[in-house]
Design a protein around this ligand. Structure first.
Ligand code: ADP
Ligand code: ZN
Length: 744
């Protein structure tokens, strides 16, 4: 037998090696192998039959680094499933499971070298250094301004060694070695919390979940319990159910995995877990996307060794190597950020369900607005439904008013109406009473673009088929797809008309308008621009919590689990924007968005009000959201999906071809279309070749085909078989996206 080995390091090479007799190499093991004149470490991806007749003798594995495989057998099984289901290479899946930080030996140092700037450096010396040795000065400057005047040498860049040496020789710095557990959260203070007394529905949910955990750490339940869908209205206390269920799993000696859509956007959920389990001290690991390589390495090994017994993380945390897993929680299971948009294009919720079945362990999917996929699974009894129908604090759901913006537009004589009279009055009232408000802007495709009033020309990105967005702070036009920037033209580039003006509005415009109408109010804006600064989000949320801000303006970013008791008004400025995108989930997303955003209102003693501004007041997603009626919404939406054979009644995949040459992209896809049509397995429907809604992006033209099938596997297999047989032109990229969520 021989072993296929993924070589450590950024170039991600894969080679085959012979296994020396008697060496207990299994899949997932870490090994040392010869590569060219050197040796390198790597991970065994697979054990396989050697090729029948090989032309050269295969080199042998040098040695085994750890006797235990680094990837657990269950995760290896999950990896194979993903490769198979989503049609991606096992290599790419293993790369996701074992982050690069873990595969690179450099990070394994439990000690590290640090550089510390000495105290009392003479400013005159410093000025001299700045003139003579810019690089040394730059490093010293960094150190002087760092906490404790200290930074890890590794963070100072690869080429810093000579400069450091000189600086040390001159006595400006000291180099030393320190022991590390690189604790990403070391500076945070957490107030412990006690379990609450559950209400009846919470208790019922908890009873079922905890019963499914079994009674002892081992043996695990022989048959995996079916997944639970916890459908609880916003504020119904789902988190409390998660917390107590997690406690129950820990009490049995098991471990717990908690998935959230995005760590940075769900700070309160993370904090509540930490607060509840603060007595476990460092047994809670939070997998942020901004962990350094070293921190990631340490956290990963803490988890693997069972030292961290609760892991909280976003999408890729689904691969956290927890031993003896007892419970997986997927919060906000409907969130599309669980779907990875790079290969392997897996959906973390679906992978979590699968992992739970393989472990086996209990899994709870929670949401106020479950995806229709999960909802359908409760109807077919694949999932078990648990409900929380009331807010936990016995407050009523907020009153939702829908404002017809067509009428407002007439009133305001055709001007783009940003605030209806009603919303404006409501804001003024809140301000007078010292209560807080959140204004929410659906950003998708709704930023300010520059359009000529003479000829209608719109400033477009030269690389993508989208209008450029105007950013006031730096007076620039920016492409939200590729980041291209350009200056704001004084006159129309087409017809030289100086009457080129801004169309539409974005968060910056809203802020501007509000400042005029409510000059005494204190505002803050949360959007991707405002958040570029590190900790900006944390700072703003803290200020909002301590009532130093009256009105928070934001995009989708603020729709998730935030909880502010003093917020009594939520305004949704353009609720229907998401409805006009070419995506069969548009209605579902609008429903989810309104419900989630509305859920931010009235979470304390005070009653909440929600004002939804829309141009399509009668659309079902808006009307059902107004009545907080998930069941009603789901029923009518499912009818539509059934009729048109969309998910959850079929799997839907998108095959996209990209190229810098428009004709070549289209032609390649047409060729693939023909081949897909031959021997098309029964039950698969093959769509036509169409330009993607975003026909050009990053200088690449895009065409796509949508495929649907009742069963996923035959679809993936058929497409993969065709792709394997087809040689693609050089500059053409093909992307296959199974269970696609992005149709642009
Ligand atoms: P969800 O996660 O469903 O949106 P939360 O867990 O945020 O809801 O709960 C909303 C509020 O209700 C929180 O302030 C929480 O502390 C409180 N809460 C939850 N369960 C109970 C309970 N059993 N008794 C009293 N308050 C509760
Ligand atoms: Zn662009």
């Amino acid at each position: 037998m021989n072993a296929r080995v993924l070589i450590d390091g950024p170039s991600e090479l894969v080679f085959d090696y012979a296994i020396p007799a008697g060496m207990p190499v299994v899949e997932g093991c870490r090994v040392r192998v010869p590569i060219r004149q050197k040796t390198s470490s790597g991970t065994v991806l697979a054990i396989q039959e050697p090729p029948k007749q090989s032309e050269f003798a295969m080199r042998e594995i040098h040695s085994l680094i750890d006797p235990e495989p680094l990837i657990t057998p269950t995760l290896l099984k999950v990896a194979r499933w993903i490769a198979n289901y989503y049609g991606s290479s096992i290599e790419s899946v293993i790369r996701s499971i074992l982050p690069e930080a873990v595969r690179t030996e450099d990070n394994s140092a439990k000690t590290r070298r640090i550089a510390t700037a000495t105290e009392n450096i003479d400013p005159a010396e410093l000025a001299k250094l700045e003139k003579r040795a810019a690089k040394q000065y730059a490093i010293l400057f960094l150190l002087i301004n760092a906490p404790d005047r200290t930074l890890p040498v590794a963070d100072l860049g690869e080429s810093s060694a000579p400069s450091l040496k000189s600086l040390a020789a001159k006595g400006f710095i000291k180099i030393s070695t320190e022991d590390v557990r690189r604790d990403p959260e070391a500076t945070e203070t957490i107030v412990p919390s006690e379990p609450l007394v559950l209400n009846n529905q919470q208790q019922e949910a908890f009873n079922q979940i905890s019963a499914s955990l079994g009674t002892s750490p081992t043996p695990t339940p022989p048959t995996p319990p079916s997944p639970y869908l916890l459908l609880g209205v916003t504020g119904s206390g789902k988190t409390e159910v998660y917390l107590q269920s997690a406690q129950a799993a820990l009490d049995l000696g098991k471990t717990v995995l908690v998935l959230v859509p995005e760590i940075a956007l769900t700070p309160q959920t993370v904090r509540r877990f930490k607060a509840r389990f603060s007595q476990l001290d460092d047994q809670v690991a939070v997998l942020h996307s901004n962990l350094s390589q070293g921190e990631r390495f340490d956290e990963w090994h803490r988890i693997r060794k069972g030292q961290a017994r609760i892991v909280i993380g976003a999408r890729s945390a689904v691969f956290a190597p927890l031993p003896n897993l007892g419970l997986i929680i997927v919060d906000e299971e409907h969130e599309t950020s669980y779907k990875q948009e790079n290969p392997p294009r897996y959906h973390a919720r679906d992978v979590a369900v699968l992992r739970a079945a393989f472990e086996p362990c209990t899994i709870v999917l929670g949401s106020a607005t479950p995806s229709l996929e999960s909802w359908q699974n409760t109807l077919t009894e694949k999932y078990h439904l648990l409900r929380l129908d009331q807010r936990a604090d016995a407050h009523s759901m907020p009153l939702v008013r829908v404002i017809d913006m067509r009428l407002e537009k007439q009133k305001q004589k055709g001007q783009v109406a940003i605030l209806s009279d009603r919303l404006r009055n409501a804001l003024e009232q809140r301000l007078a009473k010292g209560e807080q408000s959140i204004l929410f802007l659906n950003r998708r495709g709704f930023a300010r673009s520059l359009q000529c009033h003479g000829c209608g020309y719109v400033c477009q990105c030269p690389h993508c088929a989208v209008a450029l967005t105007y950013h006031r702070t730096d007076e620039r036009l920016v492409c939200h797809v590729c980041g291209h920037q350009s200056i704001v033209p004084r006159k129309c580039p087409e017809c030289s008309n100086p009457g080129i003006a801004l169309q539409g509005y974005g968060t910056q415009k809203v802020e501007e308008v509000l400042q005029k109408i409510l000059p005494e109010a204190r505002f803050a804006r949360i959007d991707a621009d405002a958040m570029r600064r590190k900790n900006a989000l944390k700072d703003i949320l803290k200020k909002f919590k301590t009532k130093k801000i009256d009105i928070l303006i934001g995009t989708q970013m603020i729709a998730k689990g935030l909880h502010f008791p003093n917020v009594t008004l939520v305004g949704i400025l353009n609720a229907d924007l998401g409805l006009h995108v070419p995506d069969f989930r548009a209605g579902e997303r609008t429903f989810q968005l309104i419900t989630q955003v509305a859920g931010r209102a009235g979470r304390g003693e005070l009653e909440g009000e929600v004002i939804v501004q829309t141009f399509t007041p009668h659309s079902p997603s808006i009307q059902f959201a107004r009545k907080h009626d998930f069941d009603g919404y789901a029923e009518q939406e499912m009818e539509m999906r059934r009729q048109f054979r969309f998910p959850p009644f079929a799997h839907c995949a998108v095959l996209t071809v990209r190229s810098a040459h428009e004709r070549r992209a289209e032609f390649t896809l047409q060729t693939l279309h023909l081949r897909l049509k031959e021997n098309l397995p029964p039950g698969i429907s093959l769509g036509e070749v169409l330009p993607s809604p975003l026909i050009k992006s990053h200088d690449q033209f895009r065409f796509q085909i949508t495929l649907r099938s009742h069963q996923a596997r035959p679809l993936t297999n058929h497409v993969q078989a065709v792709l394997k047989k087809t040689t693609l032109p050089e500059d053409v990229t093909v992307v296959f996206d199974m269970d696609a969520y992005n149709f642009s």
